[in-house]
Design a protein around this ligand. Structure first.
Ligand code: FAD
Length: 482
């Protein structure tokens, strides 16, 4: 937005929101804009931050901003809790950042089978409220993440094997469209939009609330087990074996090699979501030695207890870089990834504040089948493609001066991983949306059929492409803006 457009846009915003508009120079602006997960997002400086507290205010905001979005003299970003590490995903230089964290509310249906969540809720506030009623939902694994962004990217949950992606539990979205109209999208009303939003990010409107299926919350057995670095080859075997052969739908794992502060360790986060202690499905992990027993946290707790635990493992405001590819589980391929990761650790360990994890997150066939059974989503991964492994490459560092070195090294590393997998015929087109890098096009990985459907849905609900051109951040629909 040019300086000459600012007074007019400010007038539009204050007419709708009164003092719910933050401007550079104020403490509130500084605090809000400094509260993203990654330093890269904190360094983006919007001209204004708009804080709506109701769906009606979002409607008025879009109606008032629409002519400016269409003429191109103003662009906006839509912010959830701001956990995507990519600069400009949920923030916008010189534009208007619409912060959805004020859209609160947790309301159970009369029969308690469905809960409506304002997108400004986090998984921690959601589980806290639901556990009072003996209930939970298949939401995120980390309590402090927001409801909106995780669901709109699909979302992995500790219940995913039984219930599919987190978005598969959504029975209805309430969305402000480009016209400013507030509509519902569910299996009967606007079903194409319902499907599109399950993985379709900010391409169709601003979601203000969503409804999810609840279920009884039971005690869960799980936590983190730490291992010595030499166990990784064994744990790769266990992860592949789990991905191919394990049928217990109440289990969930993620396995990571980690480097930090001069040391390496392996962690496996694992759960039995019906509270079975050390079940046969997880013994292929719990029996691996040597473990670092004094650090382990395996125990019985609640969904909230485990999600709070994972909330403590990451720090806000540092230089966070996430990248991901998806592969068929294969012991020798993962061994090669590990070798290359080790070389990267050696090469980069002089970088200040360097922490580096290489994670594996299985998408089992059962998970993909249960996802499809739940009504489908924009990701549209055929269950026959399973099992798959999401590989998460996540380096962290402190200083801006190392950005270029880190970006170049890690992007080359990911390109090498991709090439290795491709040569063996083990690379899958899908990139887990919530872990994708800025240079990726994860929506293209949903496949031609899904992309064609998403384009049609965009044309139907947003014929002038307001959410393609006026909201440039995040992953856009391939080719639709041209
Ligand atoms: C510590 C940590 C743990 C994580 N754990 C998990 C996990 O267990 N499972 C998983 O699947 N992912 C996980 N993620 C990834 C996370 O789901 C994504 O980063 C997600 O985008 C975060 O949601 P957010 O609300 O913070 O998003 P933001 O960064 O605020 O936004 C992400 C994108 O969604 C859009 N968006 C947000 N809200 C709306 C809305 N209401 N309407 C329209 N568009 C909107 C934004 O414009 C933006 O493009 C984790 C991330 C972190 C940092």
């Amino acid at each position: 937005m040019s300086e000459s457009d600012c007074p007019q846009i400010l007038k539009v915003l204050t007419t709708v929101l009164g003092d719910g508009v933050l401007q550079p120079g104020s403490e509130e602006y500084k605090k809000s804009n400094g509260s993203y997960f990654s330093a890269f997002e904190n360094e983006v400086k919007p001209a204004y931050i708009a804080n709506p507290s109701s769906a009606e205010q979002v409607q008025h905001l879009i109606k008032a901003l629409r002519p400016h979005l269409l003429s191109g003299n103003c662009q906006v970003a839509i912010r959830g809790t701001g956990h995507t590490p990519i600069a400009g995903s949920a923030n916008i230089q010189n534009g208007v950042t619409i912060d959805t964290r004020g859209l609160k509310g947790i309301t159970l249906s009369e029969d308690r089978s469905i809960v409506e969540l304002g997108v400004g809720e986090t998984w921690a506030t959601t589980y806290t409220e639901l556990e009072k009623h003996g209930l939970t939902v298949a939401g995120g694994r980390v309590g402090r993440i927001g409801v909106g962004g995780l669901i709109l990217g699909g979302g992995l949950s500790m219940f995913s094997k039984r219930r599919g992606f987190a978005c598969d539990s959504v029975t209805e979205f309430t969305v402000v469209l480009a016209s400013g109209d507030l509509v519902r999208a569910n299996a009967e009303e606007n079903p194409d939009l319902w499907l599109a939003l399950k993985g379709g990010l900010n391409n169709f409107g601003i979601v203000t609330s969503l409804k999810m299926k609840t279920f009884k919350s039971t005690e869960i057995w799980g936590g983190l087990t730490y291992y010595m670095p030499e166990t990784f080859p064994q744990l790769i075997q266990s992860t592949c074996d789990y991905a191919y052969n394990e049928t217990d739908e109440d289990t969930h794992i993620m396995c990571s090699a980690g480097y930090g502060f001069g040391h390496q360790a392996i962690t496996v986060v694992m759960y039995h979501t019906r509270g079975l202690e050390n079940p046969p499905a997880l013994q292929r992990f719990t029996s691996v030695e040597p473990q670092i027993k004094q650090m382990g946290t395996m125990r019985k707790s609640t969904h909230l207890g485990f999600c709070d635990e994972l909330s403590k493992f990451t720090t806000d405001g540092v230089r966070q870089y996430w990248a991901s590819i998806t592969v068929k589980p294969d012991v020798s391929l993962l061994g090669r990834f590990h070798e290359k990761w080790q070389t990267a650790v050696e090469s980069l360990k002089d970088v200040e504040g360097f922490i580096f994890t290489l994670g594996m997150h299985p998408l089992t066939k059962t998970l993909l089948e249960n996802s499809a059974k739940a009504g489908g989503n924009a990701k549209a991964i055929p269950p026959s493609d399973g099992p798959l492994l999401i590989i998460l490459i996540n380096p962290v560092w402190n200083l801006q001066k190392d950005d270029s070195r880190m970006f170049t090294y890690i992007r080359n590393l990911v390109a090498e991983f991709r090439q290795l997998a491709d040569e063996k015929g083990l690379l899958h087109r899908y990139i887990f949306t919530n872990y994708a890098d800025a240079i990726d096009a994860p929506i293209a990985g949903y496949g031609d059929e899904s992309v064609a459907r998403l384009r049609e849905t965009s044309k139907k609900y947003d014929p002038q492409g307001v959410f393609q051109r006026g909201v440039p951040g995040g992953f856009k629909l391939p080719d639709v803006a041209t």
